[in-house]
Design a binder for this molecule. Structure first.
Ligand code: CP3
Length: 428
């Protein structure tokens, strides 16, 4: 057991501040080597939540904090410093380094399959109230991390918060999915605001800051937005439809007007993603759930090109930004998407062909996916087989284990545990 005196506590707090990104201006006394040398305890204030977490992490090394006078050996400090520079396996894969055990998380990991989510959801009232109340959003973001220790948390929000901030009257009807004011004629499109009201999204940024402060250093935090095409499909039809025909028709009939919607979404998505990075996101995912309904020409125009512009716009400000694209259903168009957009990783659905993905996609970027969410519902031998198939197809390369689309509400929790045990036992 080691003990740490006040001065040590100050050093740890300093490291913690660096890790949490907590602004020093929140503290009443200046912090730095000078006042650390006085041995006085400065007010930690807003840092306490994080400090409790850090105290827990230190406990894992057999270290306790107290205000006594014992000293700490140098080699322990280097251990502590290493701890502050802890690697995130998820980010390592996005940076080009394969992991022997692939990092794992699940799309829609905070959701109705969890009883603790359903409990908070019923207290929150509406779905947007859940997204825009930081206390609730933080809690449901962290629930799957506590239960399953995933390698990444994804901030709890929705892709439709951008249309909401553009004033498009977004509602979530119970059991029916999202409803918006339809934007289905050139005249209506001409009235679309060009600039989202980002003050409406401030609770999302606040939730990101709080989640980052609560997460262990090894766990990455993902921010996200919808790709312009997918968001536009909901804005045009005013709801989800089986094949998003209303947006496809509008794009053929009135490409200039449709370009107007896409351009607004590109610009506001860049600003939104940058603000999420600023608030503490370690990586970003762009969800293009409806990419697979487009013909190759339309896919290049409405999925690839707007995504490329978003990636470029984010990297102009944050050249190191790690970005995952998810063009669901892109199939044979995946290599072109990866080459043109510049994403660091691509999330693939379960219909992807492994040889094509390995040779023409994973040779260039990391691959995330692609367990069939229905195999996760089925469980048993079918689930084991499906997990093994994913691992043998992709885990020899840069791979993040995930589902091919979001986890479904009826999925048994025991099946998630079965999947995780199998993935974590893998040594490639
Ligand atoms: O855990 C996470 O992945 C983070 C949260 C998240 C949600 N939506 C929460 C949510 C994320 C990343 C999304 C993305 C999203 N939202 C997409 C792209 C990914 C995908 O799943 O295809 C899309 C198309 C949407 C739009 C949307 N939001 C739809 C079509 C629906 C209704 C369908 C449904 O599952 O009910 C939503 C609602 C929604 N977003 C829920 C959740 C947990 C369920 C609402 C509830 O709890 O009542």
């Amino acid at each position: 057991m080691f003990a740490i005196e006040t001065r040590g506590l100050l050093r740890i707090s300093g490291m913690l501040i660096m890790r949490c990104g907590i602004e020093l201006s929140h503290h009443q006394s200046p912090f730095g080597p000078d006042n650390a040398a006085t041995g006085t305890l400065f007010p930690l204030g807003s840092c306490w939540g994080g400090l409790h977490r850090f105290r827990y992490e230190l406990g894992q090394y057999g270290i306790t904090l107290y205000q006594g006078r014992s000293t700490v050996p140098d080699r322990l400090w280097s251990l502590l410093l290493d701890q502050t520079a802890v690697k995130k396996p998820f980010i390592d894969v996005l940076s080009g380094h394969r992991q022997a055990v692939p990092p794992v998380w699940m799309m829609r990991q905070a959701g109705r399959y969890l009883p603790e989510y359903r409990e908070v959801r019923s207290r929150a009232g509406g779905f947007l109230d859940l997204c825009f109340t930081p206390e609730f959003a933080v809690e449901v973001t962290l629930q799957p991390i506590r239960r399953f220790d995933f390698d990444a948390a994804i901030i709890f929000s929705d892709i439709l918060v951008i249309p909401h901030a553009l004033g498009r009257g977004v509602r979530f009807e119970v059991g029916e999915g999202p409803r918006l004011d339809p934007l289905d004629t050139p005249d209506k499109i001409a009235t679309l605001a060009s600039q989202a009201d980002f003050s409406k999204l401030e609770p999302v940024f606040e939730a990101l800051r709080r989640v980052r402060a609560e997460l262990a250093p090894k766990t990455a935090l993902i921010g996200f937005c919808g790709a312009p095409w997918t968001v536009a499909t909901y804005m045009v039809a005013g709801q989800g439809t089986p094949d998003q025909a209303p947006a496809r028709l509008l794009a053929y009939r009135h490409p200039d007007a449709f370009t107007g919607i896409i351009d607004v979404l590109v610009e506001n998505s860049i600003a939104y993603l940058l603000a999420q990075l600023e608030a503490g996101a370690d990586a970003l995912q762009i969800f293009d759930t409806w990419a697979g309904v487009l013909s190759p020409r339309e896919f290049a125009r409405w999925s690839i090109e707007p995504t490329r512009r978003i990636v470029e716009g984010v990297r102009n400000v944050r050249p190191d930004a790690k970005i995952i694209g998810f063009p669901r259903g892109a199939g044979a168009l995946l290599p072109g998407y990866v080459a043109a957009t510049g994403v660091d990783a691509v999330s693939i659905d379960w219909t992807a062909e492994p040889a094509l993905v390995r040779e023409r996609v994973q040779s260039k970027v990391a691959v995330q996916g692609n367990l069939d969410p229905l195999a996760l519902i089925a469980g048993g031998a079918a689930l084991d087989q499906a997990v093994d198939d994913v691992l043998s197809a992709y885990a020899q390369g840069r791979h993040i284990f995930n589902l091919g689309h979001g986890i479904q509400p009826e999925t048994p929790i025991a099946h998630v545990e079965q999947m995780l045990a199998r993935v974590r036992a893998y040594r490639g």
